[in-house]
Ligand binder design. Structure first.
Ligand code: PMP
Length: 461
């Protein structure tokens, strides 16, 4: 364990010189330096100074089962000892990925019976784009090559998927979105420019999707992508019935419907997959994160029978030219199988109970002068800070609120996601105890109180 400060200091220096961090300001990171985590157990992480923190964000919304499960370590070790690698090319395979594919197909809604494994969420989304293009080619409609997604959505960071992502940070300077990638407005209930009542938001989104399809030409639209709850856009929960209404529009025009469950899958919102709550069966689904609880990298595309059959018939004896060296990695699959048995052995049940506690606890913060909105479902939530509740004025961008709030929470022993302009995000491990959930809420209140005392915040109130 790394507790020796000089060693930690030398690591900070090595990191600064050599490690490029994802989605970070390179210069900002050089100035701030890395915070090194050294160990973790349950919902608690420990840093290089020995400080223990509750991980209110489960790593990056992924460690759903919590840290330190010996049975997961044993499953990985056993698989590594027996067979650390097997390719899926050349009709080869291994037991663990086959069993995992069957387990997912059995549990997924409807006829999502065919599983293509990836290394994470971004390449799962990217794979759907490739499979969908192939599908329409196979059906003799290669001109169906236009894709629609939702503003504030996140669908990964590959050179194609980043264009379905609808966050400027992932576009500016990267030459995306591509001309075939289109957006409709978000269903955001708090800051919706079109409407604020749930039914009006649904009607506005349906009208906009129809208009977008008409503008592109229905015969040219390949697929529509949604997250059941938008995550990286700030935990934006659609009104009940929104997804079903969008799904119905896609059905009407024969457009494939893709549910990106990379965050919402594996008990994060209550059920195994969040689209179960919406009573729809997507044509394709992407998962990652909670699939292995972050113990090893893995994602997957789940395909419905008809998508699989069209691609299979279209290719005939020819190989479908899409694959990665590490597709269906046996060690990741062995970990995912063990994680699934832990989930079903009680962690999902605990997560559902703790989700209610988390939502109630965070909603109790609504009385705080800085809290404009509290939203979420299950173990997924956000608290949005404003300087004026009526005008919904965001914290001034110049104050660099995201870093300040993150640092302040850290000082209170809490890891949260801190989105730009003062939105705190929560996705704790589903194994949290009631005391840990209560501590997340209490420490958040402390962060809010300290923020209220901040002279630079006071100056803009
Ligand atoms: N889709 C969604 C909805 C996500 O939230 C993410 C990651 N946060 C991704 C795709 C990309 O997954 P990854 O980071 O594993 O590539």
């Amino acid at each position: 364990m790394l507790t020796h400060p000089p060693l930690a200091n030398s690591l900070v220096e090595l990191d600064r010189r050599h490690l490029v961090h994802p989605v970070s300001s390179f210069r900002g990171h050089e100035a701030r330096g890395v915070r090194i985590l050294t160990s973790a157990n349950g919902a608690t992480v420990t840093d290089a100074e020995g400080r223990q923190l509750i991980d209110g964000f489960a790593g990056l919304w992924c460690v759903n089962a919590g840290y330190g499960h010996e049975s997961v370590i044993e499953a990985a070790t056993r698989q590594m000892r027996e067979l650390p690698y097997a390719t899926g090319y050349f009709d080869l395979g291994a037991e663990a990925p086959i069993r995992l594919a069957a387990a997912l197909a059995e549990r997924a809604p409807g006829d999502l019976n065919h599983v293509y494994f990836t290394l994470g969420g971004s390449d799962a989304v990217d794979s759907t784009i490739r499979f969908i293009r192939y599908y329409w080619h196979a059906l003799g409609q290669p001109g169906r090559d236009q894709f629609i997604s939702v503003a504030s959505g996140y669908h990964g960071s590959t050179s194609m998927g980043a264009g379905l992502t609808a966050l400027p940070l992932f576009h500016d300077g990267f030459g995306v979105p591509h001309s075939w990638q289109h957006k409709i407005a978000s269903h955001d209930l708090y800051r919706n420019p079109l409407a604020s009542e749930p039914q009006a938001v649904i009607a506005a989104s349906v009208a906009e999707l129809r208009a977008k399809i008409a503008e592109i030409g229905a015969e040219r639209v390949a697929a529509f992508y949604v997250e059941p709850i938008q995550g990286s856009g700030g935990v934006l929960v659609p009104p009940p019935g929104w997804i079903k209404a969008m799904h119905a529009v896609c059905r009407e025009f024969g457009i494939l419907f893709v549910a990106d469950e990379v965050i919402t899958g594996f008990g994060r919102t209550g059920p195994l997959f969040a689209c179960e709550d919406e009573d729809i069966v997507p044509d394709l689904m992407t998962v990652a994160k909670g699939l292995t609880s972050g113990y090893l990298p893995m994602g997957a595309v789940l395909m419905s029978d008809h998508v699989y059959e069209v691609i299979a018939d279209g290719a005939g004896a020819k190989a479908v030219g899409h694959g990665f060296t590490y597709s269906a990695h046996p060690v990741s699959a062995a970990v995912a199988l063990e994680v699934l048995s832990l989930y079903e052995g009680g962690i999902f049940d605990n997560g559902r109970a703790m989700g209610e506690r988390l939502q109630a606890g965070l909603r109790s913060l609504s009385d705080h002068p800085l809290v404009g909105d509290v939203r979420g479902r299950g173990m997924l939530a956000a608290v949005e800070l404003v300087t004026d509740k009526t005008a919904k004025t965001p914290l001034p961008a110049a104050l660099n609120a995201a870093t300040r709030l993150f640092d302040r929470a850290w000082e209170q022993g809490l890891v949260v996601r801190s989105f730009a302009q003062g939105v705190l995000g929560y996705a704790p491990p589903l194994c949290c105890t009631a005391d840990e959930i209560d501590a997340i809420v209490a420490r958040t209140r402390k962060v809010l109180d300290l923020t209220l005392e901040d002279p630079e915040i006071r100056a803009v109130l």
